[in-house]
Design a protein around this ligand. Structure first.
Ligand code: ZN
Length: 393
């Protein structure tokens, strides 16, 4: 385990985004959590939610729009709104290209059982590959297409179908300090938030300039799914885009228990880099999750095990020592997604390492010899889509 300063309460390291420590070595995310538990008037927030839903109910073809991956947060959001409010939602799925078989199975069953209209959108894979390489090289994060597509595409659908109320799941204050839980200040999921921490500081127009070339031209329209809609169109719609978790307390374990009572087929899946028995339902929606976490490790010296442990400590489910033990065992292992990904992009592992190391956050310095061993391999990884030199295998 790398030698980094960690929060004296929750083990988050000094390389964590937006982190600051107080005189007792406690981080600002831990202190924020205290505000959430002690200061937010959840009864008043719930009343706001009731009013919000009634304000839009029955006024359009759908009462609201729910962006949906099929993972734990969007499944909870959809299930909760239907169960508690009997609303009629339009479900929108942005397919980032790496949906796993179990997730697809859960989604098919859930959408049928709940009885909802759903739209699935799968963007051009040839463009996705270009976007992944470009954003990896520029930002050390290959998921630009996913971050931007997930947040902007459903907004285009909201405009096209004239559905002004949009419900996302988890508020960002749960993990970072970009927004907080202070009274009456409900986080809007809008363009400001999109530019602030969704699009990695690259808008679609700039991205077009980066991936378009004479030898391999790109059509500017290929970038539309990743472009936030025009403000005048959103204003005309009268949009109201919020997180359900801004109105009701967000406790992931409780949320999963809630919807498993009537969606019992949803049983999570194994993910690379974290113990399945402890976290069966964390980030099951993407084959590339383990690779994302591995890049984070190369950059910042920690990955998902640290983040999960932090939540468990905060909720009183794990001791700090147990957390450090788990981190040692699971973090910094090579993911099985890596060779698959290298084939998609047509780069070697050395080239990949070189790209990632450039975005390192000091004081962490990654030593690749320490991460030469592969981690746990989920069962479905042999079924993952493979290609070589741009041709499916
Ligand atoms: Zn902390």
């Amino acid at each position: 385990m790398p030698d980094l300063k960690r929060c004296s309460r929750c083990v988050l390291p000094e390389t964590y985004e937006t982190i600051e420590f107080d005189d007792n070595g406690v981080c600002n995310i831990c202190r924020q959590q205290k505000i959430k538990q002690e200061k937010v008037n959840w009864t008043a927030r719930k009343k706001q939610l009731d009013e919000l839903i009634e304000r839009y109910r029955g006024k359009h073809d759908y009462d609201c729009l729910v962006p949906f991956s099929g993972g734990k947060d969007s499944t909870y959001t959809l299930a909760y709104l239907i169960r508690e409010y009997k609303i009629k939602p339009l479900v929108v799925r942005f397919d980032h290209g790496f949906m796993r078989p179990k997730l697809e199975e859960y989604t098919a069953k859930t959408l049928r059982f709940l009885g909802v209209d759903a739209i699935r959108f799968t963007p051009n894979w040839r463009i996705v590959r270009k976007l992944m390489l470009e954003s990896l090289v520029r930002k050390g994060d290959f998921c630009w297409h996913c971050h931007t597509g997930i947040f902007s595409f459903p907004m285009h659908i909201a405009i096209k179908f004239n559905v002004p109320l949009i419900f996302w799941g988890e508020p960002s204050a749960e993990y970072t300090n970009y927004y907080d839980y202070s009274e009456d200040d409900v986080e809007m999921v809008d363009e400001k938030r999109f530019n602030r921490f969704v699009n990695l500081g690259i808008n679609a127009e700039d991205m077009f300039g980066m991936i378009n070339s004479e030898d391999d031209p790109v059509d500017p329209r290929d970038l539309i799914p990743y472009t936030y809609p025009k403000m005048k169109d959103l204003r005309k719609l009268g949009y109201h885009s919020v997180c359900l978790g801004s109105y009701i307390p967000w406790n992931v374990k409780e949320n999963v228990k809630y919807f498993q009572k009537f969606l019992p087929w949803w049983q999570g899946d194994e993910v690379e880099g974290i113990p399945f028995d402890r976290y069966p339902y964390e980030k099951i929606e993407c084959y590339m999750q383990g690779l994302r976490d591995y890049i984070k490790y190369i950059k910042r010296g920690y990955s998902r095990a640290s983040q999960m442990a932090t939540l468990d400590i905060r909720h009183g489910r794990m001791s700090r020592d147990e957390a450090l033990e788990m981190i040692k065992r699971y973090e910094g292992k090579k993911p099985h997604a890596l060779p698959i990904f290298l084939d998609y992009l047509g780069i070697t592992e050395d080239e990949f390492n070189e790209i990632c190391i450039k975005t390192a956050v000091p004081p962490y310095e990654h030593d690749f010899d320490s991460s030469s061993e592969y981690g746990n391999k989920p069962k479905d990884f042999d079924q993952c889509y493979r290609e070589k030199d741009g041709v499916p295998r």
